[in-house]
Design a protein around this ligand. Structure first.
Ligand code: UD1
Length: 429
C-alpha cells in the first residue's frame, strides 16, 4: 500500500491550481442517467472516486469518453468527459459497487425517475458516523414512490411516474437534496423542497439540470421549486472549483507560513472558512487569478469554530482546521455538528505531539509550539489530509499510511505541494 513521506518545516510559496470539485462532479455525473443525450462535463478531477463512479454508471449503461488533452497536459489533470446513457441496461446498483462509495447511492433518484424502478444497495463510504438513508426514502415516498428495504437493498418503484409534491427536509442533507432535485425534474407537476441544502454543489447541479431542460428555481436558498418536465436532453456544464481543496491548501499555508496563489479558487464558495483562516493571522486576498494566502512571521491565533451546513464552516474542513489549531498560540474549541464520530484524526494528530481533548461533540485544542514527525494512519478522506498539513509543519519525518483515502479526493496532492517547496513524496508498495 502506498505511503506519503513528508519532511516538515518548509514554508510554502508559489501557486497551486485548484481542481474541479469532487463533490460537484459526482452528482453531475449521476445526472447523466436522466437523459439519452450526452452530458459533457468540463473540469472533472482525476480521482479514485470519479473512476469508481464511472464504473458504477457503466454498469447501468452509461458510455463515457474523455476529450483530448492539451499539449504537455498529463493524464492526471482535470479533464472534459462525455457521459451518455443512451439506454439504461440495468436498474440495480449492486452491493459490490455501492459499498465502496456512499454517493453512488444517489443513482436511485434518476433511475427511478427515468425507468420507474431502481434497486440500490445500502451505501458505504467514509466511516464517519452512521449516515442513514431515511431522508432519501422519505422524500422519494413524498414524490409517490413505493419503497421496500430488503436484503440490504432499497427497492423503489413508481410505475406511473413520480408526482410533484411539497417536501420539508427534517434535517439538511446535501445528498438527499441532490437526489430529490434530480427525481423531481422528471416528475409530473411541481415539487417544492423546503429546508433544502444550500451548498454550491447543489447550485452546480441545478444549473446542469436546467441546461438539460429542467425547470428549477431557488437552488442556493433553502426553498427549491422544480416544475417537472417530460424529458431532459444532453448539455455541457463546467464543474465548479473544489472549495474543500481550496480551504485545505489555504490552511496548509496558514500553518507553515509562506505565500501561495490558489489558482482558479473562488472566494464565494468558502467565505466562512476564509474568514476564520484570516482570524488565525493569515492574509487572504482575492485576486483575478484566484485567492492569495500569506502568513509571515507572526504566530497562529486560536479561533473557535462550529461546523454547520453551508454557508457556515464546512465539516469537510474541520479536520484540517484542527491540524492548524494544534500549533496555535492558545486554546481553541472545535465543535462538529454534522457527523458524529468525525474526530478520528484526534489520536493521529496526538502522535505528532498535539494536545487535544474531546468533550462530546467538541474538541479542545491546546496549541503547542512545535509538532514532531511520526508515522500516522489515515482514517478517512479529510482526516488524512489534516495529517498531511500537520506533517508539513512538523519537525522531521512524517509517514502517512493508507493514502488511498487521499487519492479518493485530492488530485495530484504531492505534486501540488512539492511545487511550492514542500518535501513530500509517495512511496509505492
Ligand atoms: C455530502 C458530502 C460530504 C460532506 C457532507 C456534509 C458529497 C459526495 N459528500 O455528504 O463530503 O461531508 O455532504 O456537508 O457531496 N443524514 C440522515 N439521513 C439521510 C441522509 C443524511 O440522517 O437520509 C444525516 C447524515 O448522517 C449527516 C447529515 O444528515 O449527519 C448530513 O449529511 P449529508 O448532507 O446527507 O451528507 P452527504 O450528502 O452524504
Amino acid at each position: 500500500m502506498d505511503r506519503i513521506r513528508i519532511v516538515g518545516g518548509n514554508e510554502l510559496s508559489g501557486s497551486i491550481p485548484i481542481s474541479g470539485a469532487k463533490n460537484a462532479a459526482l452528482p453531475l455525473m449521476i445526472a447523466s442517467l436522466l437523459t439519452d443525450g450526452t452530458l459533457t462535463l468540463e473540469n472533472v478531477p482525476h480521482l479514485a472516486d470519479v473512476e469508481q463512479l464511472t464504473r458504477i454508471l457503466g454498469n447501468h449503461g452509461v458510455d463515457y469518453s474523455v476529450n483530448g488533452r492539451r499539449p504537455k497536459q498529463s493524464e492526471a489533470y482535470s479533464r472534459t468527459v462525455n457521459f451518455t446513457a443512451r439506454n439504461i441496461v440495468d436498474t440495480t446498483a449492486p452491493y459490490e459497487l455501492v459499498s465502496k462509495m456512499r454517493a453512488s447511492f444517489w443513482v436511485i433518484g434518476p433511475l427511478l425517475a427515468r425507468m420507474g424502478e431502481a434497486r440500490v444497495s445500502l451505501p458505504g463510504g467514509c466511516a464517519i458516523g452512521t449516515r442513514p438513508v431515511d431522508l432519501f426514502i422519505d422524500g422519494l415516498q413524498a414524490l409517490g414512490a413505493g419503497i421496500d428495504v430488503e436484503n440490504g437493498y432499497v427497492i423503489a418503484k413508481a410505475k406511473n411516474r413520480l408526482r410533484g409534491n411539497r417536501y420539508v427536509f427534517p434535517k439538511v442533507s446535501v445528498g438527499a437534496t441532490h437526489v430529490l432535485m434530480m427525481a423531481a425534474s422528471l416528475a409530473r407537476g411541481e415539487t417544492v423542497l423546503e429546508n433544502a441544502a444550500r451548498e454550491p454543489e447543489i447550485v452546480n447541479l441545478a444549473d446542469c439540470l436546467n441546461a438539460m431542460g429542467a425547470k428549477i428555481s431557488g437552488a442556493g436558498t433553502s426553498t427549491i421549486t422544480i416544475d417537472g418536465v417530460d424529458q431532459l436532453s444532453g448539455a455541457s456544464v463546467r464543474v465548479i472549483p473544489d472549495r474543500i481543496e481550496t480551504g485545505t491548501y489555504a490552511m496548509a499555508v496558514a500553518m507553515t507560513g509562506g505565500d501561495v496563489l490558489l489558482e482558479g479558487a473562488e472566494p464565494d464558495l468558502l467565505q466562512a472558512a476564509l474568514d476564520v483562516i484570516a482570524q488565525t493571522g493569515a492574509e487572504i486576498t482575492p485576486t483575478n487569478a484566484g485567492i492569495r494566502v500569506r502568513r509571515n512571521g507572526a504566530g497562529i491565533a486560536p479561533v473557535d469554530i462550529t461546523t454547520a451546513p453551508f454557508p457556515a464552516f464546512p465539516t469537510d474542513l474541520q479536520a484540517q482546521f484542527m491540524g492548524l489549531m494544534t500549533m496555535a498560540k492558545g486554546k481553541s474549541h472545535i465543535t462538529e455538528t454534522i457527523f458524529e464520530n468525525r474526530f478520528m484524526h484526534v489520536q493521529e494528530l496526538a502522535r505528532l505531539g498535539a494536545h487535544i481533548t474531546l468533550s462530546g461533540q467538541t474538541a479542545i485544542v491546546e496549541g503547542v509550539s512545535k509538532l514532531k514527525g511520526a508515522p500516522v494512519m489515515a482514517t478517512d478522506l479529510r482526516a488524512s489530509v489534516s495529517l498531511v498539513i500537520a506533517g508539513l509543519a512538523a519537525e522531521g519525518e512524517t509517514l502517512v499510511n493508507r493514502v488511498y483515502h487521499l487519492d479518493r479526493g485530492f488530485e495530484r496532492l504531492e505534486e501540488k505541494l512539492s511545487g511550492c517547496g514542500a518535501v513530500i513524496e509517495r512511496i509505492s508498495g
